[in-house]
Design a protein around this ligand. Structure first.
Ligand SMILES: NC(=O)C1=CN([C@@H]2O[C@H](COP(=O)(O)OP(=O)(O)OC[C@H]3O[C@@H](n4cnc5c(N)ncnc54)[C@H](OP(=O)(O)O)[C@@H]3O)[C@@H](O)[C@H]2O)C=CC1
Ligand SMILES: CC(=O)C(=O)O
Ligand SMILES: [Mg+2]
Length: 754
C-alpha cells in the first residue's frame, strides 16, 4: 500500500469519529410515554410474549435482521494472526458492507481466544441475540472444526465467509471466465496457492459443480500437497497427487486456472509461460495479491486476471456474496445455509455478469465500459441489482430444500428488494405501480445519450414505455454495441432520425411552422429548430399526438430547453403559469420543494396555484401532503412584502382548498419540527414534519434544493413541470440515468391519469 493510501485510510478510520459505525434507535424516545413504552413498564409486554413463544422475537426485537460478524483474529485478510483486537477494523468493515448492501444490522464481535472449544462455547451461547452468524478470518484448520461444531449446536445460519462466501464468488467468476476462454469446467486443470479456509472451500465447490477432483493440485507454504505428505487434513487428502513435484512452478505446466488464496507475491512472472493457453490467473490474497495484474498481463496477454481488490478489473471478493446470502436466509427465517442455497447464489452472481452493467455501476467505476468479457467476468460490488438477483435465488433454494421457516411470494419479494436498493425507489413505488405495464409512448429528445438509453432499457424491462427516440442512426450504430443493452432498434425502440426520416420530419416542420411563426421565432430559425434542436422535435412529436409524453434536455442549459417547450405545449386550461416541483429523498423521508425552476417572483395567486398542483403530485406518490408556506416570518412576526405575500397565499388556499393540510407563513425549522411549531402556535394544521415546502420565490427554492442536495448527496426526483396540458419534463444537465427512469415513470403515470 502506498503511503498516500495508508494515510488516507488512517484518517478515514480516525475522523470525525473513531471507527466506522454506531448504533441508532429506530423508535422515538422524546417523552415520558416513550420511556414507559420502550423500557419499564411497557417492555415487559414483548418479554412475556417471547417467553411464551420464542418465534415472537422476530416480531418484537431486532434479532431477525441482526447478524454477528465474529472473528478470533487468526487469519485476518492476508495479514495473518494479528489477533482479535487488531481484526476489529476488518469486522467493522464487514458490518458496514452488510448494512450498505443488504440493510442487515451487525454487531462485530472479536473473541480473544485461539482455543477452538472456548471459541465455540462463546459463540454458541449468543444464539438468543442473533438471526445469523458470519464467521470471519479464522484460520484453517481450526475454522473447519469450529464451523462444523457451531452448525451442529445452533439453529440459525452459521456461515464461514472466507470459506463459502469466497467459494461462491470464485465459482461464479471461474465459470464465466472459462466460458470466455473456451474451456469447460470438466476439462479444466486447476492449481492453487493456498490450501487454507478459502482455497479448500473454493476447490470443493468447483468440484461439486463439475471440476474433476483429479484435475486439482493444491500447494501451500510447504509446497505441493502430495500423496503421503505428513500432517495432511482429511479434506486435503482427497486432492493429494501421486507426484514427485514439490514446488509451485513444477505443477503449473498445462494448468488452465491458477487460484491464489495465500500470500503476496508467491506467483513469479517467469513462471507464467508454463500455464496453458488462455489461462485464468486469480490472485485473490488481500490486500496484496499473489501477483500484480499489470505484471501478470505483461507476461500473459491472453489471460483473464482477477484480484480481491477494488482498484483492478474483476474484483473477486466475498463482498459479492455475504450480504445477499444472509438477506435471503434471514427473510425466509432459514435455520441454516445449505449447499443448495450456495449453488443458487453462485449461479445468480454468474448470470448477472452477463447482463449489461447498470448505469450507476458505470459511474462508480469511472465510466468504464462494463460489458461481459475478459475485464468483466463478475458483477462489481456496487451493482444495485445484486440484492434482487441473489437474495430471492437463495430464498427459493431455502424454501425448496425445506430449511425455510417462512414461505415468500418470490416475485413480490424480488420486486420489493429491487425497489429498496435505491432510496428514491421507495418513494417512486406507487408511481411505478401506476406506470408498470402501460407501455406509454414517450419521446426522448436526447436519444443518443447513454444515460437515456440505459434508462430506456430499465423502463422497457418493466413494460413502462414504448420509446421513441430522436437520434441519428449512424451515431446509435456506433454507440449501442459498447453499452451491452438488450433492446433492438425498430423492434423495441422507434427512432426518429432528423437526418434521414424525411416524411415525418417534414410533417413536424410544417406543424411547428404554424406554431412558431406566431410565437416570435424568426422564419429562417424555424427549420433549423426542428432539425437541429431535439427538444423541439420531441415536443412536436407530443404536440402532434405521435407520443403520449416526452422527456427533453439533459445536455444543455435548462431554461433554454424550457423556452422551446413552452412555445409548443399549451398550459393546462385555467393555469396561470407553469411551475416546477422537485423532490429530495432525505434520511427522514421525502421532501418536496416548489417552485424550484420556473417563476422568479410568484404572486399570492400563483403560490396558491403551485401549492395545489404540487399537493396533487404528492398524492400520486401516495403521500398525504403536509404543506408549509415558508418565509423569514413566523405566523405574522414580520410585515415585509414577502411575508405578507405568503400570508395572502395562505388565505387564498383556505378558500380554494379548505381540506388541504397547509399552514404558514413560517420558518423552515417550524415546518420540519412539530415541537418547534407547537411552541409558536398551538393549533397547527398538520402533524409531524412538512413534506412540501412552498418557497416565496425561485431563488429560495432553487438554493434550498441545491444546498440540501449537495450536503446530503440525496437522490432527487424531478424537476417535474406542473401546469402544462400534456406530460413533458425537461432534464437538467448532469441528470443521472436513475432520475431519467424516475421521470419516465412519472410521465407514463401522468399520461395514464389524463
Ligand atoms: N478475495 C477474497 O474474497 C478472499 C481472499 N482471501 C485471501 O486468501 C488468503 C488466505 O485466507 P484464508 O484461507 O482465510 O487463510 P488460511 O490461514 O486459512 O489459509 C492460508 C493458506 O495460505 C497458505 N500460505 C500462506 N503463506 C503462503 C506462501 N507464502 N506460499 C504458499 N502458501 C501460503 C497457507 O499455508 P500453510 O497452511 O502451510 O501456512 C494456507 O494454506 C488471504 O490473503 C485472504 O485475504 C480470503 C478470503 C476471501
Ligand atoms: C475478503 C476477505 O474476507 C478476506 O480477504 O479475508
Ligand atoms: Mg475474510
Amino acid at each position: 500500500m502506498d503511503e498516500n493510501l495508508r494515510n488516507a485510510a488512517l484518517e478515514y478510520h480516525r475522523s470525525p469519529k473513531p471507527g466506522k459505525m454506531r448504533i441508532e434507535p429506530t423508535k422515538r424516545m422524546v417523552n415520558q410515554r416513550d420511556l414507559a413504552l420502550a423500557y419499564s413498564p411497557g417492555v415487559a409486554a414483548p418479554c412475556e410474549e417471547i417467553a411464551a413463544n420464542p418465534d415472537k422475537a422476530d416480531d418484537y426485537t431486532a434479532r431477525g435482521n441482526l447478524v454477528a460478524v465474529i472473528s478470533n483474529g487468526t487469519a485476518v485478510l492476508g495479514l495473518g494472526a494479528i489477533g482479535a483486537l487488531a481484526s476489529k477494523p476488518v469486522m467493522e468493515g464487514k458490518a458496514v458492507l452488510f448494512k450498505k448492501f443488504a440493510d442487515i444490522d451487525v454487531f462485530d464481535i472479536e473473541v480473544d481466544t485461539t482455543d477452538p472449544e472456548k471459541f465455540v462455547d462463546a459463540v454458541a451461547l449468543l444464539e438468543p441475540t442473533f438471526g445469523g452468524i458470519n464467521l470471519e478470518d479464522i484460520k484453517a484448520p481450526e475454522c473447519f472444526a469450529i464451523e462444523a461444531a457451531l452448525r451442529e449446536r445452533m439453529n440459525i445460519p452459521v456461515f464461514h465467509d472466507d470459506q463459502h462466501g469466497t467459494a461462491i464468488v470464485v465459482a461464479a467468476a471461474v465459470r464465466n471466465a472459462l466460458v470466455l476462454q473456451g474451456t469447460s469446467l470438466a476439462e479444466a486443470k486447476l492449481v492453487t496457492s493456498g490450501a487454507g479456509a478459502a482455497a479448500m472451500a473454493c476447490v470443493d465447490l468447483l468440484v461439486s459443480m463439475g471440476l474433476p477432483a483429479e484435475n486439482v493440485t493444491l500447494t501451500d507454504k510447504d509446497g505441493v500437497i502430495h500423496a503421503g505428505r505428513e500432517g495432511m487434513l482429511p479434506n486435503m487428502a482427497r486432492y493429494a497427487r501421486k507426484t514427485d513435484a514439490r514446488t509451485l512452478p513444477e505443477v503449473l505446466p498445462g494448468a488452465n486456472v491458477f487460484l491464489g488464496l495465500s500470500a503476496p507475491g508467491v506467483l513469479k512472472p517467469e513462471w507464467l509461460p508454463l500455464l496453458a493457453d488462455k489461462p485464468l490467473i486469480f490472485a485473490l490474497a488481500n490486500p496484496e495479491p499473489e501477483i500484480l495484474p499489470d505484471v501478470a498481463r505483461s507476461a500473459r496477454p491472453d489471460a483473464i486476471i482477477a484480484t480481491g481488490r477494488s482498484d483492478y478489473p474483476n474484483q473477486v471478493n466475498n463482498v459479492l456474496c455475504f450480504p445477499y446470502i444472509f438477506r435471503g436466509a434471514l427473510d425466509v427465517g432459514a435455520t441454516t445455509i445449505n449447499e443448495a442455497m450456495k449453488v443458487a447464489a453462485a449461479e445468480a452472481i454468474a448470470s448477472l455478469a452477463r447482463l449489461p452493467a447498470h448505469e450507476s455501476v458505470a459511474q462508480a467505476y469511472g465510466g468504464r465500459k462494463l460489458v461481459f468479457g475478459p475485464e468483466y467476468v463478475i458483477p462489481t460490488p456496487f451493482d444495485p441489482r445484486l440484492i434482487a438477483e441473489i437474495a430471492p435465488a437463495v430464498a427459493k433454494a431455502a424454501m425448496d430444500s425445506g430449511v425455510a421457516r417462512r414461505q415468500l411470494d418470490l416475485e413480490a419479494y424480488r420486486r420489493s428488494l429491487a425497489q429498496q436498493n435505491a432510496r428514491s425507489a421507495q418513494l417512486m413505488m406507487p408511481v411505478f405501480e401506476a406506470a408498470r405495464g402501460t407501455k406509454t409512448r414517450i419521446a426522448y429528445g436526447e436519444g443518443e445519450d447513454e444515460r437515456v438509453l440505459r434508462a430506456i432499457q430499465d423502463a422497457l424491462d418493466d413494460g413502462i414505455v414504448r420509446p421513441v427516440i430522436v437520434a441519428r442512426r449512424r451515431i446509435l450504430e456506433k454507440r449501442l454495441p459498447g453499452l451491452g443493452l438488450r433492446f433492438q432498434l425498430d423492434r423495441d425502440v422507434e427512432v426518429i432520425d432528423p437526418e434521414a426520416d424525411e416524411a415525418i420530419m417534414k410533417s413536424l416542420a410544417d406543424a411547428y411552422r404554424a406554431i412558431a411563426s406566431r410565437k416570435g421565432v424568426p422564419v429562417p430559425e424555424i427549420v433549423r429548430h426542428i432539425y437541429r434542436r431535439p427538444t423541439v422535435t420531441a415536443a412536436m412529436l407530443l404536440k402532434t399526438g405521435h407520443v403520449e409524453a416526452a422527456l427533453v434536455g439533459g445536455n444543455s442549459e435548462y431554461w433554454g430547453q424550457v423556452k422551446h417547450v413552452l412555445r409548443i405545449i399549451d398550459r393546462a386550461p385555467g393555469a396561470q403559469r407553469v411551475y416546477a416541483l422537485s423532490g429530495l429523498i432525505l434520511d427522514a423521508g421525502a421532501l418536496f420543494l416548489t417552485d424550484t425552476h420556473m417563476v422568479s417572483e410568484p404572486t399570492p395567486e400563483q403560490i396558491a396555484e403551485m401549492t395545489m398542483l404540487a399537493s396533487q403530485e404528492l398524492r400520486h406518490f401516495g403521500l398525504q401532503p403536509r404543506v408549509a408556506l415558508l418565509s423569514h416570518s413566523n405566523f405574522g412576526s414580520s410585515h415585509s412584502p414577502s411575508a405578507r405575500k405568503m400570508r395572502a397565499a395562505y388565505t387564498l388556499l383556505q378558500e380554494k382548498a379548505p381540506d388541504l393540510a397547509v399552514d404558514g407563513e413560517m420558518h423552515a425549522d417550524a415546518a420540519l419540527s412539530q415541537p418547534v411549531r407547537e411552541r409558536l402556535i398551538p393549533d397547527s394544521r398538520f402533524d409531524g414534519p412538512a413534506n412540501l415546502l412552498v418557497m416565496p420565490n425561485l431563488d429560495a427554492a432553487n438554493i434550498t434544493l441545491t444546498a440540501l442536495g449537495a450536503s446530503s448527496s440525496s437522490p432527487t426526483v424531478g424537476p417535474m413541470l406542473m401546469g402544462l396540458s400534456q406530460p413533458i419534463h425537461v432534464l437538467p444537465p448532469g441528470v443521472t440515468s436513475r432520475t431519467i427512469l424516475n421521470l419516465t415513470t412519472i410521465a407514463a403515470a401522468e399520461a395514464k391519469h389524463r
